[in-house]
Design a protein around this ligand. Structure first.
Ligand SMILES: N[C@@H](CCC(=O)N[C@@H](CS)C(=O)NCC(=O)O)C(=O)O
Length: 257
């Protein structure tokens, strides 16, 4: 029995949703509404003490960390391989998944939170907000929620994260000019990790990722978007209230507001 606790198909949740669909593993979807702070509720923190999605539960065994979950899915289940067969290929793949986790994802996440969190927290009184934050298990995440809610990031920080996003896409462009997929000639979890971050970028970061500046990334993006596993992952539901906020964020980011 496989249960996947996830939010809407974006970022780290999208990463595992793509892998589970590409692999063809039957699973029960357990949607966790991050906008309602469900990830910090005691029942969920019992499953993942970090209070974050995604989480995979396989026959009662809990696996956290999206990149670890994806490797686990590939190792534990039948289906098309999502990792290269040879050690060097797997090492190349892991350089990409590590890069996404340590560099690309955090930069995107800070910028995303800067634009998004106020839409969630504006509905709460300061006391209600502090009560929600008090339940967050990780101090780093408490700090991030508070800073984003208060719009406390400086222009210098935002510019630096945007630079890191640009560097990430440039790095992908360079690789994809040489190989069809990010870790070589086969589709792997490197592509899954990068697409989970870059998939929505054309509408949010059109100046960084477009046909003119990054043609190979755009070609890869089109090929990725056509994959049945990716389509199935992207078709996982997003509640209307969350979609409304995503649309507002996309609009603000594309107009540079
Ligand atoms: N390193 C973790 C990060 C997980 C993570 O950042 N999850 C986000 C969603 S993409 C989350 O649950 N955020 C809600 C929160 O921190 O309150 C992973 O890769 O799984």
């Amino acid at each position: 029995m496989v249960d996947l606790y996830h939010a809407e198909p974006a970022a780290n949740s999208l990463k595992t949703l793509i892998a589970i669909h590409e692999k063809g593993v039957p699973f029960t979807s357990r949607y966790v509404n991050l906008h309602n702070f469900e990830q910090h509720e005691p029942w969920f923190v019992k499953i993942n003490p970090n209070g974050q999605v995604p989480v995979l539960v396989h026959d009662g065994k809990v696996i956290t960390e999206s990149t670890v979950i994806n490797e686990y899915l590939d190792e534990a289940f039948e289906g098309p391989p999502l990792r290269p067969a040879d050690p060097y290929g797997r090492a190349r793949m892991r350089v990409w998944t590590k890069f996404v986790d340590e560099y690309f994802c955090p930069a995107l996440s800070f910028i995303g939170w800067h634009y998004m969190i106020r839409h969630i927290t504006d509905k709460l009184t300061p006391e209600e907000f502090e009560a929600k934050v008090a339940r967050i298990p990780l101090k780093e995440q408490q700090d991030k929620w508070r800073a984003a809610a208060k719009q406390a990031y400086t222009q210098e920080q935002l510019d630096n994260w945007r630079r890191q996003v640009r560097v990430s896409i440039e790095r992908m462009e360079k690789q994809l000019a040489e190989t069809r997929w990010l870790a070589g000639e086969a589709f792997t979890l490197a592509d899954v990790s990068c697409y989970a971050m870059a998939g929505s970028m054309p509408s949010r970061y059109g100046d960084i990722m477009n046909e003119k500046v990054t043609p190979h990334v755009m070609d890869w993006h089109a090929r990725m978007s056509e994959r049945p596993g990716v389509k199935a992952a992207l078709a996982m539901p997003t509640p209307p209230s969350v979609r409304e906020i995503f649309d507002a964020v996309r609009q603000a980011m594309s107009s540079g507001a």
